[in-house]
Structures are given as structure tokens and as C-alpha cells.
Design a protein around this ligand. Structure first.
Ligand code: HEM
Length: 558
């Protein structure tokens, strides 16, 4: 006989409970399906646009689009489907990839309020960096931008140039020591990452990570910076759900995330914990100095000229409604470190890699730098002197054009809108000259698509040719009216959300190149590298599965 005895009333209860559960889940599924069907039907016009076939009912084209090796797929998209492309997202959602200049001008500049940063990206940035430019929108974003704008001005950057020189000299001394016994194959990316980190730490925060101290070893913060972009790239699909996650305290979220069997998520939790620990410590130290008065503040490493110090002073005198809270200032600190490090080190790595492959360009650049130094009486080149070097400028401009660190700028359409197009698009119903974008549609502005459009730049658009920027550009470039804070290219975005640090990045790149190319010869390594996509395009050793990135290169002192 069974141990359990069920009477008729138990069976009745069991039957009723099963019915309730069954009907509840059926109703919930029907509701979810109805919501999904409604949102997919709103996008019905987008189905007629050119685009690749979806490869999965659940993830659409996402695995092809956001994979580490996605660069070949991106190129195929551009070459095969044109300037307005529909790709499939999660559960049949339609995403647009756009490189039509008129449409992009409207997205980034004219209608920027309708095309905001996607909610999932704002929410994910808020969790990792706190309340900063990268995690807010609307009037608060405008308020932060207004207060931050002057500290990124040319006038202020000019005052930071001596600090940039000093930090870069630290890198040169370090490299001289490494190659003192002859040419050596080293991971130059690691040096560039330390440099970018140290420049934003000293110039942005008035803090030092002692990056070039001879006995310095990689610490948890260096690892966090290096692994952040590749880790979030691995979590792309999960991050798209970030804004649905409840607003629990970070410790609770970390606990829950660590229970889930997703190693990249555990890594992200470790990274965001490390960011918070370090930025809180740096902020607290700075705030204590600030409260002691101006004398203490100007005795910082940066003499109080760093971006956050200037911001804290400005904040004190700003009208109350424009002032930033402590949490907002701390958020900017974390944001600057992450926005400035991986992007500029990747851009510099790309330039050195191209210079190693084009020794003639490297020689010509070196001659220009030597000549300028001679004319300056052997002194360090001032901001204006560096800015005026035409070949150095051409090398930077052309590299950022042909190899933009950010391939796409993600936006989300917040209201039904009709975008004008510079070029008609052939849909399955025939050609269209305007594009209807329904509310809720995700849009990827294709930076590389515009930067390399052959109808704008000519048949050699895919080639890296710094000379391009030494003579007047073809009329097609001016005629295309390319939106961009950096002339004629979209690599730093455009409009209200364009890169606030673009002049900082250019100054950093030019000072670094003037020292490195002036002191060393760069030659290709025998170890093959590949450029991996992951939000920012970064180099890695071919075949390596390491999360972090690397770029071996032979460096010779001259
Ligand atoms: C080569 C280097 C860099 C590249 C290619 C780059 C590119 C970009 C791009 C494409 C955007 C997004 C525009 C948009 O969403 O519409 C952006 C935003 C941003 N960048 Fe940069 N960036 C670089 C360096 C820097 C540096 C050095 C800093 C800080 C010192 C910085 C700080 C920021 C910030 C704070 C934002 C958010 C602006 C906002 O939402 O208002 N970036 N950057």
C-alpha cells in the first residue's frame, strides 16, 4: 500500500490548482505573444527593406552582427545591401543599419531627441558607471553637458599639454629601458593602454596610477579596464534586457548574477565592483582635498587643472539648478576612464600597426616631427605647433576615417518619424526616397559605412592613404554633408551626444605619436594579429581566446 493516501477532495484541489496554473500561463503567453505581434506588425514596412536573411528565430542576425569576428559580416552587409539595411533582432524584431548621410544627420543632429541612446544601454551604463553622460538623457543630460563643455575646450586642453608631455615621456623612458639591448618584440598595446589610462587619470582626474613605475605590476583596476569592452561584447544579448532588471541595490544584483551560470556575467560583476571601489576612493580623496580649500587643491599632481578639479570648482559657482551632485561627479570620473582608455589606445595601436606596415609613411612622419622640433629650438612642441603639423594630422584623420574604433553608434527611435534620404533605397515595393521609422525601432548608425562610402571618398575609399588629407578633398565629400564633430568623418559622432572628449583624444594621439615615432622605429611582429569587433575594435593575437587584447610589435630605439 502507498504511504500517501489521496482523498477525493485532495484530487479536486489538485485538479483546480493545475487548471489555475495552466490558464494563468496560457493567458500570460497569449498576452506576451499579442504584445510581440503588435510591435512586429508596427514594423511591417521595414520588412520590405534590403537585408540578410535571419539565421535564427530567437536571435535573428545578432550572432553574426555582434560576434568577435563580425567585421567580415559587417563588410558583406555594406557591399551587398546598401545604405539602409534591415537586420533581424531578438524574436523577429527589426533593426536598421543606416549609412545614408542625410538620414544620419537627422538621427544624430536634427531629430536627436527622437533618436536617443537605447534604454538598455543607458541602464547598463548606469549600473557600471553610475549617473553620468553615458547613462542619462533629456534635461539632466543637457545640464551635465552644459557644465562639462568648458572643461573640454581648446583653451583648457592647452593648459593640460605640459602634463601630457610629462606622462608620455614616462612611457618613452619605459620603452627605452625595454629595448635598450636591441629591437624587441613586445605587446605595444599594453603600453598604450597604460598611457591612455595615465593621461586620463592625471589630465582628467588629477590622480596617478603610477603606470610607468619600473616595478609596477598589473592590478585589478588595470584588468577591469582591459576586460570591460570584450566582456560586455560577450553579453550583448543579455545587456539588451538591462532596463527590465529591477532596480535592486548593487550587492543584491551581484548576488543574483553570480548564481546564474554565465561566466561573462560573473566577470562583469567583478569589473563593476572594481570600478566602484576605485572611483569611490579617488572621489573621496579629491572631495576631502576640495573641502580643505583652494591651496590644497592646487597642490595636486595636476595643479588643479585636471577636468574633474575644474568641474568641481565650476560646480560651486554654477546656479543651483545647474549644479552636479557628488554622485554625478563620481559617475563622470568612471565614465571618463572607460570612455577615454580603450578608444584612444585602440586608435593609437591601429596607427602604429599601419606605420609598421608602411615604413615610407613612418619615415615621412618622423621627418616632419624632427623638422618641427628643430624649428622649435629642440623644445617640446606646444599644442598649436603639434596641431599644425599637416602630415601628423593627415595620419590621425585618415586612420580615424578608415579604421574608426567605434563601427556603429546605437540609437533607439522614441517616436514615429519619417527620415529623408540622400540616396533612394530599393525596397521589395520599389524605390523610396524617405524612410518611415516606427517608434521603438533600434537603429545602428554605420560609422564605417559613411567613412568608407566610395561615392563620397572615391574608388580607393577602403585604402589607408594619409595623403588624402593633404590636398583638397573631392567635391563629393563636401557635397555629402557628412555629420561629424571631427570634420567629414563620423568616428566621434555628431550633435548633442557627440564625443565630448574628441579634442582630448586628438591631443593625446598627436603628443604620443610625436614622441613614439620620434624615438623608435616600429616594425611588424612575426606573430599574426586580428582586429576583433566588440563595441570598440581592438587587436588580439590570432587564435587567442584570452578576454584581454594584445598587439605584438617589434620596437627599435633610434
Ligand atoms: C579615439 C578616441 C575616441 C573615439 C573614437 C570616441 C568616440 C565616441 C563616440 C562614437 C561616441 C558616441 C556618440 C553618440 O552616442 O552619439 C562617444 C561619446 C563619448 N565620449 Fe568619446 N571617443 C574617443 C575618446 C574619448 C575621450 C578621450 C573621452 C574623455 C576624455 C571621451 C568621452 C566620451 C563621453 C563622455 C561620451 C558620451 C557623450 C554624451 O553622451 O554626451 N571619448 N565617443
Amino acid at each position: 500500500m502507498s504511504v500517501f493516501q489521496f482523498g477525493w477532495h485532495d484530487r479536486l484541489w489538485f485538479y483546480v490548482a493545475s487548471c489555475v496554473v495552466f490558464y494563468f500561463f496560457s493567458a500570460a503567453s497569449i498576452l506576451v505573444l499579442a504584445i510581440l505581434a503588435r510591435s512586429r506588425l508596427r514594423q511591417v514596412t521595414l520588412w520590405k527593406l534590403p537585408g540578410p536573411p535571419s539565421v535564427s528565430i530567437i536571435t535573428g542576425n545578432f550572432t553574426q552582427m555582434f560576434d568577435f569576428d563580425a567585421r567580415r559580416f559587417h563588410e558583406r552587409l555594406r557591399k551587398s545591401y546598401g545604405r539602409v539595411i534591415r537586420i533581424a533582432g531578438l524574436l523577429g524584431d527589426s533593426h536598421l543599419v543606416i549609412s545614408d548621410t542625410r538620414a544620419v544627420y537627422n538621427i544624430l543632429v536634427k531629430e536627436h531627441a527622437a533618436f536617443e541612446t537605447p534604454e538598455w544601454l543607458l541602464a547598463s551604463n548606469a549600473r557600471n558607471f553610475g549617473l553620468s553622460l553615458l547613462s542619462i538623457k533629456g534635461p539632466i543630460h543637457r545640464k551635465q553637458r552644459k557644465l562639462l563643455h568648458p572643461v573640454f575646450s581648446v583653451e583648457h586642453l592647452r593648459s593640460l599639454a605640459p602634463l601630457f608631455h610629462k606622462v608620455t615621456q614616462g612611457l618613452v623612458a619605459n620603452l627605452q629601458e625595454t629595448v635598450s639591448e636591441g629591437p624587441k618584440d613586445i605587446n605595444i598595446l599594453a603600453s598604450l593602454e597604460y598611457l591612455a589610462l595615465e593621461l586620463i587619470a592625471q589630465g582628467g582626474l588629477g590622480y596617478t596610477f603610477d603606470s610607468f613605475r619600473p616595478d609596477r605590476e598589473e592590478n585589478e583596476f588595470d584588468t577591469a579596464i582591459k576586460e570591460y569592452m570584450p566582456t560586455v561584447a560577450r553579453l550583448h544579448v543579455l545587456r539588451m534586457l538591462a532596463h527590465w532588471i529591477p532596480n535592486w541595490p548593487p550587492s543584491v544584483l551581484r548576488l543574483v548574477a553570480n548564481i546564474l551560470p554565465i561566466p561573462a556575467l560573473h566577470n562583469l560583476m567583478r569589473i563593476s565592483g572594481t570600478i566602484d571601489k576605485y572611483t569611490t576612493a579617488i572621489f573621496d580623496e579629491k572631495k576631502a582635498l576640495f573641502n580643505k580649500g583652494d591651496d590644497e587643491f592646487t597642490h595636486q599632481l595636476s595643479e588643479g587643472k585636471d577636468i574633474i578639479s575644474v568641474l568641481m570648482r565650476q560646480n560651486l559657482t554654477a546656479p543651483r539648478e545647474d549644479q552636479l551632485s557628488d554622485a554625478e561627479i563620481k559617475g563622470q570620473m568612471a565614465t571618463f576612464i572607460f570612455a577615454a582608455t580603450e578608444t584612444t589606445s585602440s586608435a593609437l595601436a591601429r596607427i602604429l600597426s599601419l606605420l609598421a606596415d608602411h615604413q615610407d609613411v613612418q619615415d615621412r612622419l618622423r621627418q616632419e616631427i624632427y623638422h618641427a622640433r628643430e624649428s622649435a629650438g629642440g623644445k617640446e612642441l606646444e599644442y598649436e605647433e603639434l596641431d599644425k603639423l599637416p602630415y601628423l594630422d593627415a595620419v590621425c584623420h585618415e586612420t580615424l576615417r578608415a579604421h574608426s574604433p567605434a563601427t556603429y553608434i546605437p540609437k533607439s527611435c522614441r517616436e514615429d518619424i519619417v527620415l529623408p534620404l540622400a540616396h533612394p533605397v530599393l525596397t521589395s515595393d520599389g524605390p523610396i526616397s524617405t524612410l518611415f521609422v516606427p517608434r521603438g525601432t533600434s537603429v545602428l548608425v554605420d560609422v564605417t559605412g559613411i567613412n568608407r562610402d566610395p561615392t563620397i571618398w572615391g574608388a580607393d575609399a577602403d585604402e589607408w592613404k594619409p595623403e588624402r588629407f593633404l590636398s583638397p578633398l573631392p567635391d563629393s565629400v563636401g557635397g555629402a554633408q557628412i555629420p561629424g564633430v571631427y570634420s567629414n568623418i563620423v568616428s566621434f559622432g555628431a550633435g548633442a551626444r557627440s564625443c565630448i572628449g574628441f579634442k582630448f583624444a586628438l591631443l593625446e594621439m598627436k603628443i604620443t605619436l610625436s614622441y613614439l615615432v620620434g624615438s623608435f622605429r616600429f616594425l611588424p611582429s612575426k606573430t599574426e594579429i586580428v582586429w576583433r569587433y566588440g563595441g570598440i575594435t581592438t587587436p588580439a593575437v590570432k587564435g587567442s581566446n584570452a578576454v584581454g587584447t594584445a598587439m605584438p610589435m617589434v620596437v627599435e630605439s633610434i
